[in-house]
Design a protein around this ligand. Sequence first.
Ligand code: FES
Ligand SMILES: [Fe+2]
Length: 270
Amino acid sequence: MHLEFTAPRTNSATGHAGTYRRMLPVALERLYENALDWEHLPHVHPGSFRSIECLGITANSWRARTESPRGGGSVIELTLDRSSRRWITRVLEGDGQGNEIWTHAFAIEPRRVDIVVDFFLPTVPAVDRAAAGEAYARLYARLYDEDIAMMVERTRQLERRMGDDDRATRRVVLGPRSDLRLPILASLGGRDFVVVDAAGELRAFPAQCPHQLGPLTAAAVTDDVVTCPWHGDRFDLRTGQNLSGRNCHLRPLPAVRVAEDGSVVITLEG
Ligand code: FES
Ligand SMILES: [Fe+2]
């Protein structure tokens, strides 16, 4: 993959270690949302974060303790300044303490943002800085690959939601149970639902997570619980209740039954 990395030109007193550039095919608001979303880090970027614990949060910032999958960890703070179209990530403690990453975002089109990411690594000796900056750029390239998938999917789901059609069908016959290759998707009331075999019971639930529309189509189902891949919320498939404590639940849950002729029928009631 081509890496758009520019090494620092001067022996900067600020510890500047180079610049990474990238075009992202999403709206600026999706990017701000992603920057402020501390919770997704261990779920969407498991190669870089093993766990995260939030230490403080405001409307435009967060501070959290993170653990790396290779051991070690740090306390990170991210501050978003919308008027400067910029967010700054600072390592306050632990691995990389003192490092700062400044990201500027330029909305070029409604769905195109160019970002310029500057790495400041003051504790790295000047002679090693360009190499350390390039390693950071490679890490950011990987993180953005993972984030683009999330942001593009969220954009798609937000658009679909606006186009919901209440008059659409509320009952679907899926065919004989023995022919079904689960999980499968079914469309009811203009929304997609996933039908799974949960511990021997057929269950149907919305294909989008109620938190931020994370995709549940391929989400892990264990017993009667589905886990969202974006922030790890767990939902009880019998009731839709969020078992992770957040106040958003997985509803509506269509009824699933097997008709007299053996066909599986799902119905959106109410
Ligand atoms: S989108 Fe956040 S837990 Fe599902
Ligand atoms: Fe991310």
